[in-house]
Design a protein around this ligand. Structure first.
Ligand SMILES: CC(C)(COP(=O)(O)OP(=O)(O)OC[C@H]1O[C@@H](n2cnc3c(N)ncnc32)[C@H](O)[C@@H]1OP(=O)(O)O)[C@@H](O)C(=O)NCCC(=O)NCCS
Length: 188
């Protein structure tokens, strides 16, 4: 399923059998110089996961899934240049951090654009696809978390319309771990 094209990139949902590429992209993202700000997982943890973990992830967030969908921007040479994943969260449940989910919402995670493809509009195209899917799934809003010191990501999210909700989460006792919740409300 091709969703849209932008500057010769194709943005599409992954297929359930593409687990090896899902794994490779994730491992590359975890080696990014800002990975310590961008992701809660560390490279060694991900690299040690068995194949079945990645196979399950690709099925769980591949075409046909109604609970999560991973979108990739594919360059003309076939490289996966960037990715976003949208998780659907149901009102009345608890999120991964144990906080109550009050509204049906999309939660964007795993945002990454390879350094050589940054600054060329891919992030907008990926969010366009991910957010459209969340609206299709009847989300009332879409949210994400960003580290307070991840200035480039914060600027990118502002560009695609996300605004601070006021919710701030600290994943450890250290002030340095502060993450801000940003939200995009469903258009009326
Ligand atoms: C976050 C990310 C996906 C954004 O994609 P991108 O292609 O770099 O985004 P863009 O360049 O289109 O937009 C970033 C904006 O921040 C600006 N910017 C760049 N460096 C910046 C900095 N240090 N401080 C503030 N703004 C910065 C850019 O100029 C751009 O704004 P502009 O389009 O108005 O010029 C990408 O940088 C990335 O993968 N980073 C590493 C992983 C990561 O941090 N993921 C997010 C986890 S929450």
């Amino acid at each position: 399923m091709t969703l849209l094209t932008r500057n010769d990139y194709v943005v599409r949902a992954i297929r359930p059998d593409e687990w090896e590429r899902v794994k490779q992209l994730r491992l590359d993202a975890l080696r990014d110089p800002v990975a310590h700000l961008a992701f809660l997982e560390v490279y060694e943890e991900a690299a040690a996961r068995p194949d079945v973990f990645w196979q399950d992830r690709a099925v769980g967030s591949g075409e046909g899934s109604t609970t999560a969908l991973q979108f990739v921007a594919e360059a003309p040479d076939g490289t996966w240049a960037g990715s976003v994943t949208v998780l659907m969260e149901e009102a009345g449940t608890e999120d991964w951090a144990g906080s109550p989910v009050e509204r049906r919402q999309g939660h964007v995670v795993g945002v990454f654009v390879r350094p050589e493809h940054r600054g060329n509009g891919l992030i907008e195209a990926l969010f366009e696809a991910g957010v459209a899917w969340a609206w299709e799934r009847a989300a009332e809003r879409v949210r994400l978390f960003v580290h307070k010191d991840n200035a480039r990501a914060r600027a990118a999210y502002r560009k695609v319309g996300f605004e601070p909700s006021g919710v701030v989460v600290t994943f450890s006792k250290s002030e340095a771990e502060t993450e801000l919740e940003l939200v995009l409300e469903r258009p009326a």
